[in-house]
Design a protein around this ligand. Structure first.
Ligand code: NIG
Ligand code: FE
Length: 407
């Protein structure tokens, strides 16, 4: 049966999605949105939309007078499933210790791996559900979550199963990425570990059908380009679309690899060159920029304008993980404006439509166009500019997922 799930009306500014150029926004003033059977059925001036879809006939009616209505945020790069506490590493980094020093001493990712291996499934699930609650309250309606704190077949599968259970149990859509090649486990040789990822872990993930993407940390001292290619090739044969952590701490060639393999995204990209950017554009790979990570590490930021000027649909993500403990896409968008020079409109597109492209979603996710999922935010503010402008404040008042109020 057809159901009018929601009508949101009277919005001061309703953001429909990117304009034709892709760097500005298409907006409606005194705008309204009707959601039928989970998807956007109509968007436009309140008078027109409510004539066809009277709010009194809807399961949910939201008066958005004086407020902005936006597409729900899409967060296309997180390591949100973990256990343990690494806040002491934050303090150590403030005293000058580097991320690589911490990892070399068995801290960092390897410390989280020990904590995850020791945690039972219920602990992992309740940790992830807690993070999803916080993300949803900050406006995230779709989030990618990577494995990669197991680094053995059993724990990697356990992480992906927990991510699947969280997806079932929580309104936020969880998109699962297998990342067995997140670090070389303690005491192992990288090539020999890559053999395990290719010969054991990927076939096990394939047989369970519980991941959509395969990611690799292509980085100096972690996995080389050749090792990364082996992992992503094997993943692709198993039906997993490639993603690459590329050029974060050094320039290694992960971006060119992402282009060569037609990856969904290349992420971090602090040291990407103009040739790298051109290759991404040519191959249709979405760049994902993670300013929260640079902020936490006191590092330089990716050159966001270079990506946009080259015609790449640059996305922004939180990279939420124990090394970058921010759940908030809004905060990442503030950094995108202040530190990477994006306009508020460009930042908003990066955290919605372009973020959806980084997850290969082309069904209108990240927009409020007719046919898109009915995932929308009502702000406690009059325009989208307030998202990056009010840094440190959550301006999200109401969250609709598929037309139902979920926060
Ligand atoms: O994207 N770079 C590798 N992975 C994460 C960090 C994970 C961690 O430190 O636990 C990142 O920043
Ligand atoms: Fe990452």
């Amino acid at each position: 049966m057809t159901g009018l799930d929601a009508v949101v009306h009277g919005a001061n500014e309703l953001v429909v999605g990117p304009d034709e150029r892709g760097r500005g926004l298409e907006t409606v003033s005194d705008g309204a949105l009707a959601v039928v059977d989970g998807s956007v059925a109509a968007v436009g001036p309140t008078e027109e939309v409510t004539r066809e879809y009277p709010p009194e006939n809807a399961a949910t009616a939201v008066d958005a007078s004086g407020r902005a209505v936006l597409p729900g945020f899409v967060d296309p790069h997180t390591h949100a499933l973990f256990a343990g506490d690494r806040s002491d590493e934050f303090a150590a980094k403030l005293r000058g210790k580097s991320y690589q020093d911490i990892l070399a001493e068995g801290g960092g990712i390897l410390r989280t791996v020990r904590a995850v291996r020791e945690a039972d499934d219920e602990t992992l699930l309740s940790n992830l559900l807690g993070h999803l609650d916080t993300m949803l309250a900050h406006g995230t309606t779709t989030v990618e979550v990577k494995s990669g704190y197991g680094l053995d077949t059993e724990t990697e599968l356990r992480m992906l199963r927990v991510a699947e259970r969280a997806d079932d149990a929580h309104p936020v859509d969880v998109v699962p990425t297998f990342m067995g090649a997140h670090a070389v486990p303690e005491g192992r040789d990288a090539d020999e570990y890559v053999d395990e990822v290719v010969d054991e872990q990927i076939p096990a993930v394939e047989s369970q059908g519980i991941a959509e993407f395969c990611d690799v940390f292509c980085e100096e001292g972690v996995f080389s380009v050749a090792q990364s290619r082996r992992v992503l090739d094997a993943g692709r044969e198993a039906g997993l679309t490639p993603k690459v952590h590329a050029e974060e701490l050094a320039h290694l060639g992960g971006t060119q690899l992402a282009a060569e393999l037609g990856a969904a995204s290349a992420d971090h990209l602090l040291h990407a060159t103009d040739d790298d950017i051109a290759a991404l554009v040519e191959a249709g790979v979405t760049p994902v920029l993670l300013p929260g990570t640079a902020f936490g590490l006191g590092a330089e930021y990716a050159d966001a304008e270079a990506f946009l000027d080259a015609g790449a649909p640059a996305a922004v993500a939180t990279d939420f993980n124990p090394n970058c403990h921010s759940h908030s896409v809004g905060f990442a968008l503030s950094l995108s404006c202040v530190e990477m020079g994006l306009t508020p409109a460009e930042a908003l597109i990066a955290g919605t439509r372009n973020a959806a492209l980084a997850l290969d979603r082309t069904d209108g996710l990240g927009t409020l166009r007719a046919g898109a999922p009915g995932d929308a935010l009502v702000l406690d503010a009059p325009t989208h500019v307030h998202v990056p402008y009010q840094y440190g404040t959550n301006v999200v008042d109401t969250v609709l997922k598929g037309g139902a109020v979920v926060a």
